[in-house]
Design a protein around this ligand. Structure first.
Ligand SMILES: Cc1cc2nc3c(=O)[nH]c(=O)nc-3n(C[C@H](O)[C@H](O)[C@H](O)COP(=O)(O)O)c2cc1C
Length: 197
């Protein structure tokens, strides 16, 4: 897909093409996401930076056709299970809430969510290099997903990520077809200020 057809996807300042080329589609082809693909995606997530290199992210993955895939899909809410059920793989993205301090006590890791965001973005950008797309979903039932992935105590679920090859718009239910396009962004001066707020 060429981004030329999407006005709002043109960067205002020079950046690597990978950034605007990443987007979150809902239509996926039947392409199988192999276990080797999954390992490359996880490897990319693994190299994300984190405070004190604690690496708090924890991912639970399953490929289409596996029981675990169906369990994660069924924990999604709204229209998410309809399209994400066609993805090649699903990743439940969680983080460990605490770290062990120098005195051996478990203390809150204040940056766990921030660090885990970096890991998901690494996975998404890696997917792009493999001809795949990653789509994050915050729309899930927390209790169902916790049960589905066997979430241990002291962990927080952040999102589910669907990964697959971009499929045709027509494969989506009609109500989703109009939304199947890369979105725009606020200009830089709305998200950043020089000096101070
Ligand atoms: C944490 C998070 C939660 C999201 N939740 C959903 C969701 O439940 N369902 C959905 O269709 N898209 C979801 N999205 C996708 C966003 O809507 C999408 O990333 C945003 O509109 C920007 O579009 P782009 O990723 O195509 O650039 C989520 C994205 C993130 C990062």
């Amino acid at each position: 897909m060429s981004l030329d057809q999407f006005e709002g996807r043109k960067p205002d300042h020079p950046i690597a093409a990978e950034f605007p080329a990443r987007w979150s589609p809902r239509s996926f082809t039947d392409r199988i996401v192999t276990e080797a693909d999954v390992m490359s995606l996880l490897e990319a997530a693994r190299w994300a930076p984190s405070a004190s290199n604690h690496q708090p992210w924890r991912l639970v993955w399953s490929r289409r056709g596996e029981d675990g895939f169906a369990a994660i899909r069924d924990a999604l809410s709204g229209v998410n299970p309809v399209w994400a059920g066609r993805a090649g793989a699903l990743f439940a993205v969680a983080s460990k809430d605490t770290v062990t301090n120098r005195e051996g006590a478990e203390v809150a890791n204040r940056t766990a969510g921030f660090d885990t965001g970096a890991a998901w973005m690494s996975l998404a950008l890696q997917a792009g290099t493999m001809g795949l797309y990653a789509h994050a979903m915050g729309g899930f039932d927390k209790d169902k997903l916790s049960l589905a992935v066997g979430l241990p105590e002291g962990h927080t679920l952040h999102c589910v990520v669907a990964v697959g090859e971009l499929g045709p718009v027509e494969a989506l239910p009609e109500d989703l077809q109009a939304r199947e396009k890369p979105s725009g962004r606020k200009p830089v001066d709305e998200i950043a200020v020089h000096g101070r707020f």
